[in-house]
Design a protein around this ligand. Structure first.
Ligand code: 5AD
Ligand code: SF4
Length: 418
């Protein structure tokens, strides 16, 4: 989500005639886009800001902006107090106001009459490949997972109208995108009137030029029979789903207010695998949620084995001000009864278990036929989201059928079929 917002910010600059640079010495302005989902992410953003003091002082006229979720949480006052050299702060809820804020601070680059100055500019893909474009279809979240600060810094769920989404998709396809990645905190909850998420997927995949559709992150509660049918029937929907589970213990899932049990989550995976057995899943786990016992943690390991994930992001619980768990009396101590050492131990064991199943899922691709979106002459990405080396040169942007012949450390290799 932050990467997509950074692309929007870059487009705001481009509309003023500015160009991206990764050379700090050349930059006239820097935007630090911040995350606050875990304390560590926020700390990293703040130390990044600290390091920019010298850059800012080295040349008069340089501008420094702070945007995103930590900017929302801390606010202009706190940030300016810590870092007096900051020019502007635009919190996650106010991202729409970035353009106005830039008008206050920035002279147009060059003489301001260049071809792009003052115009509208479609965001460019900065973080993923140029063939892949993020399109945000919802902002905020209306669920109340107890560990999570997102609803407080991004506000309640708001869905973009279908027509606006389609407009963005067409613009990104016109600038070369072939894969669209739909973004939202509970992306599959998208709705507009009678229209549901599967209708949106169908209309986007019929835009000429769209070859593949991904979305991040769905929530287990919003998969309906109608969505499952659309998934089975629409091959443009990628066969990889990132479906955060957080824990394998029903007690902890309940405390987290996730709205499902481990068995119900696994039931959802089974239904999706029934619609397409080739689907690869990935997930998120939090270890050390307050009150998590050794037995709870064992259930998480069981879920890794039963769920068979291609990979998983595993996080240590981080207490967040503004997240409901902070205020719950029985869950209020920073790490419950769990010592830091136990937390690290559990994380290491979880990562190990995830690695084992992940490797199996990866090598099981050998012998299968995969659809690969070619990214460079000899490389591409499978629908199941694995990098794949090709045995012959293909045109970037093409969709080719590949027989997987090997699985290396990080990528598959395959024979392009006629
Ligand atoms: N502590 C640790 N991990 C968290 N996540 C969200 N909030 C927290 C927290 N307070 C993780 C969840 C979520 C991912 C984006 O970040 O696993 O799915
Ligand atoms: Fe946070 Fe839960 Fe919403 Fe995800 S679904 S953003 S974890 S409150």
């Amino acid at each position: 989500m932050n990467e997509a917002d950074s692309e929007l910010a870059a487009a705001d600059f481009a509309a003023r005639g500015y160009e991206l640079t990764d050379d700090l010495k050349k930059a006239d302005a820097v935007v630090v886009n911040t995350c606050t989902v875990r304390q560590q992410a926020e700390n990293r953003a703040l130390s990044q800001l600290g390091r920019l003091e010298g850059w800012k002082a080295a040349r008069p006229g340089r501008k420094l902006f702070v945007i995103g979720c930590a900017a929302e949480r801390l606010g202009f006052g706190t940030l300016r107090h810590k870092f007096p050299f900051i020019d502007g702060v635009i919190g996650a809820k106010a991202l729409d106001g970035l353009s106005e804020e830039l008008d206050k601070h920035l002279p147009p680059a060059g003489d301001g009459t260049g071809p792009t100055a003052g115009g509208e500019t479609a965001p460019a893909s900065i973080f993923s490949s140029p063939l892949s474009a993020y399109v945000t279809v919802m902002r905020g979240c209306s669920l109340k997972c107890t560990y999570c600060i997102v609803p407080s810094v991004r506000g309640p769920a708001a869905f973009l109208p279908e027509e606006e989404v389609l407009q963005q998709v067409r613009r990104r396809v016109d600038s070369g995108a072939r894969e669209i990645v739909l973004l939202g905190q509970t992306v599959n909850a998208w709705r507009e009137g009678e229209r549901r998420f599967e209708d949106l997927l169908d209309s986007i995949s019929s835009v000429p030029g769209v070859l593949r559709l991904r979305f991040m992150s769905p929530h287990p509660l919003y998969f309906t029979p109608a969505w499952l049918r659309a998934y089975a029937e629409n091959p443009a929907i990628a066969r990889h789903l990132h479906l955060p589970v957080q824990s394998g213990s029903d007690r902890i899932l309940k405390a987290m207010r996730r709205g499902y049990t481990a068995a119900e989550y696994l039931g959802t995976l089974a239904k999706i695998r029934k619609a397409d057995p080739d689907t690869v899943f990935s997930t998120d786990f939090i270890v050390g949620y307050p009150g998590e016992t050794a037995a709870d943690f064992e259930k998480t390991l069981d879920l890794v084995r039963a769920g068979r994930f291609g990979f998983a992001f595993c996080f240590k619980y981080s207490p967040r001000p503004g997240a409901p768990a902070k205020d719950a009396p029985d869950l209020s101590s920073p790490c419950g009864d769990i010592t830091d050492r136990e937390m690290r131990d559990r994380l290491a064991r979880l990562l190990e278990e995830v690695k084992i199943t992940g490797r199996d899922i990866f090598t099981e691709r050998i012998g299968r036929i995969e659809e690969v979106l070619v990214e460079s002459a000899r490389r591409g990405k499978t629908s199941s989201n694995f990098n794949c080396r090709l045995d012959r040169e293909c045109a970037p942007g093409a969709l080719v059928r590949v027989e997987v012949t090997g699985a290396g450390k990080t990528e598959l290799s395959g024979k392009v079929l006629p």
